[in-house]
Every structure is written in structure tokens, then in C-alpha cells.
Design a protein around this ligand. Structure first.
Ligand code: COI
Length: 354
């Protein structure tokens, strides 16, 4: 029999923030979901509880060896109710990340049921102002208090939720990007394609250096040749080259983004040629010289589409599409966000009603 999820409601509800000033990940809803794992019991004790601090032993493995994974997805308030965007994909990917980080697989149905119960309790937190959504952050941490380097014998799976606006202060306006030629984010064979904390920590110093020089993010090159494009900041990346949309193929060090997959699906549906292949920085620079680097943009759950207005590489600046949002980038953004907020038809069945 499926395990029962219990619900403990908060005695006092928080005051909701101004939906016009949400920012990203600044506020949390009244409740959260917890599911525990112990080697001898499996995943158990699923419960919705008031949002609260958790207590962990300082020796918990997550603090020392980074055994942790996470996900990110969004719920939208549409005219026909609250909708989730492709939620089962996130739970599938969570288990792929688990496998890479030696975390036991989670029952995807139970994790999803936990989310639905949590959303039902906190449904008033799904914002309605245009451009807002409820960002959902499922994650797993290793909790066993033991300093030996072995997979933990206990874990916590949790879901927290945050009403959000735009991820970048620039919103959907083009960002300036520094091509990072010293540090790398990940290498094939490592954990690059897993959604795990270390990949994000590994990107921070280059991001901070780029910011000091006036760039929003970095464009990551591969760790072997320092030549092939991998990701932009914490997003997948696309280029429109002479009418063809090109994105780096998945190679083990690149995240299999759900927005990436949605963009590819949409482009194919429109009949726009799209290629998943290796693309080098030299190819981009040559295309820029020839006038065929027409558009560039990042894709991710948080920002959806983030146009790239300028690349800087080895001290040279390469402005893309006059520093403006490209026509195709804008069309993709409008279409995906239109589907998400229920204003456009959903031909792919991406939305799931709560
Ligand atoms: C996303 O684009 O959704 C991300 O992965 C960024 C997130 C870590 C805030």
C-alpha cells in the first residue's frame, strides 16, 4: 500500500510579500515537505509540516562530502487553475542525479505526491502578477553523522517553495557574458550532468570575477580542450548561426535541462533547424566576423530564456544582434511563458493541473 503522507498545518500563517517585488528565492511559503530515508527502512514518514529550521549533526555527510542533489520547477496561476510545468521530468532527473551521487533512488510517485499535498496546503502562495510563479525546490541531503567517505546510510528529501519574479535583475533583457578561459564548471565523467551543489559552488569564483568586470555571467568552455561551449552561468545555451539553432550536445558534463528540451521541441515543431552538437568558441567568433552569429540565449527553469547581448573573450568584445533581444529568442520566450501561464495553447501537454 502507498505510504500515507501526514499534514501538520502551521498555527500562524506568514504575511505574503508584495508580488511586484518578489525577486528570486527571497520568501518561503508556510509549509514544506519532508521524507526520510534510513538504510533499514527505505524512504518513509512523508509529511507536510510548517516551514521550519532543521537540526542536523555537524558530522552529517552533506556538510563534508557534498552528497546532495536538487531540482527546480515552477507552478503557475492560470485562468483555469494552478498548473505545473513538466513536473515528472524533474523527478526523473532527480533519480538520475541520485544515481551519480550514490543516493538511493526515490519513489518518484511518492515524491510527486508529496509535492501535490504541499501545493494544496500552500496554494494561496502561487502568485498571479504577470511574470511571477511559485518556484519549487526539491532536494536531498545526506544526514548520516560519520566522517568515513562512504555513501550515507540516511537522507532527508525535502521540498520548499518560494514565490518568485525574474531571476536576473535584467529580466528578459540581454546580458553581457564573459567567456571563461581559466576555470571550468565540470568535466565529462565528473558530476556535471547531475544537479548537485558542487557544480554551482565550482562556478562561483568565475561568476564573481566576471561580475567585477561588469558581466552578468560566464560562458563555460569544456575542461579538456577549453574550446567547446558547455553552459552559460547555470543555464544551457543556444546560438542561432545562419538560421540554424545550435546547442551543445549532452556529453556528460552538461545538464540535461528541461527548458533546453522544451526549446528544442518547440523549434522542431516550428520547423526551425536545430542541431545538438559540439560548438567551439572559434566557430562562434568566426560566425561573428561573418555576420552569421545572429542570436544567443541561455535557457533554464529560473529565467526561462536569457538573451545574450555581448560576449567578451580574451579582451575582445563581440556584440550580438546589436545587444538587443533576438526575434527568435523573444518568440521562444513568449511562447514558453505563454504556455506556462495558460495564455497560449499547450500542444505538447506540458502543463499538469494541480
Ligand atoms: C535554472 O536555470 O533554473 C537554474 O538551474 C538556476 C537555479 C540554480 C537557480
Amino acid at each position: 500500500m502507498a505510504e500515507q503522507i501526514t499534514i501538520e498545518r502551521a498555527q500562524q500563517l506568514k504575511q505574503k510579500p508584495d508580488e511586484n517585488k518578489l525577486g528570486f528565492g527571497q520568501y518561503y511559503t508556510d509549509h514544506m515537505f519532508i521524507l526520510e530515508y534510513h538504510a533499514d527502512k527505505g524512504w518513509h514518514s512523508g509529511r507536510v509540516v510548517p516551514y521550519q529550521n532543521i537540526s542536523l549533526d555537524p558530522a552529517a555527510k552533506v556538510f563534508h562530502y557534498g552528497q546532495t542533489v536538487f531540482e527546480g520547477l515552477k507552478a503557475y496561476r492560470t485562468e483555469s487553475g494552478i498548473k505545473l510545468f513538466r513536473p515528472t521530468k524533474n523527478f526523473e532527473r532527480l533519480n538520475k542525479s541520485n544515481a551519480r551521487l550514490s543516493i538511493p533512488p526515490i519513489d518518484e510517485k511518492l515524491a510527486y505526491e508529496g509535492l501535490i499535498q504541499l501545493l494544496n496546503v500552500d496554494r494561496d502562495w502561487v502568485p498571479s502578477v504577470e511574470g511571477t510563479s511559485l518556484y519549487i525546490r526539491p532536494f536531498i541531503i545526506a544526514t548520516e553523522a560519520a566522517l568515513g567517505v562512504n555513501p550515507s546510510l540516511s537522507y532527508l528529501f525535502m521540498i520548499i517553495m518560494s514565490p518568485v519574479g525574474a531571476y536576473y535583475a535584467e529580466g528578459v533583457n540581454p546580458v553581457k557574458i564573459h567567456v571563461e578561459s581559466h576555470f571550468v564548471r565540470a568535466v565529462a565523467g565528473g558530476v556535471g550532468e547531475a544537479k548537485t551543489a558542487g557544480n554551482y559552488a565550482a562556478g562561483l569564483n568565475a561568476q564573481e570575477e566576471a561580475k567585477e568586470q561588469g558581466y552578468s555571467q560566464v560562458l563555460w568552455l569544456d575542461g579538456v580542450h577549453r574550446k567547446f561551449i558547455e553552459e552559460v552561468g547555470s543555464m544551457n545555451v543556444f546560438f542561432k548561426l545562419n538560421g540554424v539553432v545550435v546547442t551543445p550536445m549532452l556529453n556528460g558534463s552538461i545538464l540535461d535541462g528541461i527548458t533546453r528540451n522544451s526549446v528544442i521541441t518547440l523549434l522542431k515543431h516550428w520547423g526551425v533547424p536545430v542541431e545538438e552538437r559540439r560548438v567551439s568558441i572559434d566557430e562562434l567568433i568566426e560566425a561573428h566576423h561573418n555576420g552569421t552569429l545572429e542570436e544567443a540565449f541561455g535557457t533554464g527553469t529560473a529565467a526561462v530564456i536569457s538573451p545574450i547581448g555581448e560576449l567578451s573573450y580574451h579582451g575582445e568584445k563581440y556584440v550580438i544582434n546589436g545587444g538587443e533581444t533576438g526575434e527568435l529568442s523573444a518568440k521562444i520566450y513568449d511562447t514558453i511563458t505563454g504556455i506556462q501561464n495558460g495564455k497560449l495553447e499547450d500542444p505538447f501537454g506540458w502543463l499538469v493541473a494541480l
